[in-house]
Design a protein around this ligand. Structure first.
Ligand code: NI
Length: 169
């Protein structure tokens, strides 16, 4: 198992949509293992394959990453089937958007369908924090970062900060 490099904004790879997984083969299983080590090491609550340079529709999450009892969830080709209500995620963050957090408007509850790593169909009704995490990760598979969902003023301030940091490197 390897710790992978997490791509960060403004890497253009992050803004492309992921391709659906056609075969849950050894390559995909290995990628899931590497994604898992990478997510727990960070630590993060979720990770999309696109963030580690793999343009396939795979997300993993564990909403208690610091807990001793780990429960890794894998969702392949996830789709949001329906969503209801609105909520504001507090201080949403992302491993691909370092040192920045913002409140983001999200659906309050969602129904997600996809497959687990054994090709078993999954149907997840989520609300609260889990709903936010799933929307955030599924956004990644559509090339969307949470900073694409904040006001353009806030986003331009963040962009400016990143440009400055890149110039100083
Ligand atoms: Ni993220």
């Amino acid at each position: 198992m390897a710790i992978l490099t997490v791509l960060t904004y403004p890497d253009e790879f992050l803004s492309q949509p992921a391709k659906p997984v056609e075969n849950i083969d050894g390559t995909v299983q290995n990628m899931i293992e590497d994604m898992s080590s990478t997510m727990y090491k960070a630590p993060g609550v979720g990770l999309a394959a696109i963030q580690v340079g793999f343009d396939q529709s795979i997300i993993i999450y564990d909403i208690l990453p610091r807990d001793e009892k780990r429960s890794l969830h894998v969702l392949i080709n996830p789709k949001i089937i329906s969503s209801e209500g609105t909520t504001i995620s507090e201080n949403e963050g992302c491993l691909s958007v370092p040192d920045y957090r913002a409140d983001v408007k999200r659906s309050a509850s969602i129904l997600v369908e996809g497959f687990d790593r054994k090709e078993k169909p999954l149907r997840i009704e989520a609300n609260g924090f889990l709903a936010v995490v799933l929307q955030h990760e599924i956004d990644h598979l559509n090339g969307i970062l949470f900073i694409d969902r904040i006001s353009s003023l806030k986003k331009s301030l963040y962009k400016r900060r990143i440009k400055k940091q890149l110039r100083q490197k």
